[in-house]
Design a protein around this ligand. Sequence first.
Ligand code: APR
Length: 232
Amino acid sequence: MKLNADDRLFVLTGAGISAESGLATFRGSGGLWNGHRVEEVATPEAWQANPELVWRFYSMRRRDAMAAEPNAGHKALAAIEQKLGERFYLCTQNVDDLHERAGSKRVHHMHGTLFQSRCERCAVPFADKGIYESADTLPLCEKCGHAVRPHIVWFGEIPLDMDGIYRELERATVVLVVGTSGSVYPAAGFVGIANQRGIRTIYVGPEEPLNADAFDEIVLGTAAEMLPRFAS
Ligand code: APR
């Protein structure tokens, strides 16, 4: 991927970039957790019906992410950011912290972050690595006593700072999308916005995403295999 001195790179990543760090994708490998579809434990309705189940799911994901290490794909994006500085913007659908641990700075987690929680009522996110796996250990707000939930954007909720994302898309000159199936909107629509502006779009992943037709280039291969070539 050749970039000119005045190019601005917008990167969108999905679960696939963390696959080679050992974190399962959602729609591969059956996409089930304890017999539940992920969509069934990642909704406001699931939270209302069974907060213990939801917290067990996110506690498991916290454990898995803490045990994982960034891979060559995460590191390559951090190396590209080193070169581009503020002309680089990384929007991730992932809630793990592997981009940050690889050295990325300009990262926006549009679907929230695994290591923050927030009170349902006070709504202010705070750092939290807690593991909550039984009904009597579920966290309550220290200030108001209401339930504390994961700081995650669930299905049916609005992704974080969409205005900021669209601003970056408006000024990007190249859009690079890595490891996302193209099935969850609004992220799956970013490539369409790039097309309206006539800018270059590239997809990297081992298989074509659902929105493959929208890309100028499809680079078939894994993130850890392909992204280091982009960084050199
Ligand atoms: N390198 C790059 N891509 C990979 C790799 C890899 N090593 N392994 C798998 N992939 C690709 C798959 O081919 C697939 O297209 O990663 C994609 C993962 O797709 P999904 O599981 O659908 O994940 P994602 O697109 O990130 O899901 C979007 O849906 O569940 C919600 O909110 C959750 O952020 C998530 C959103």
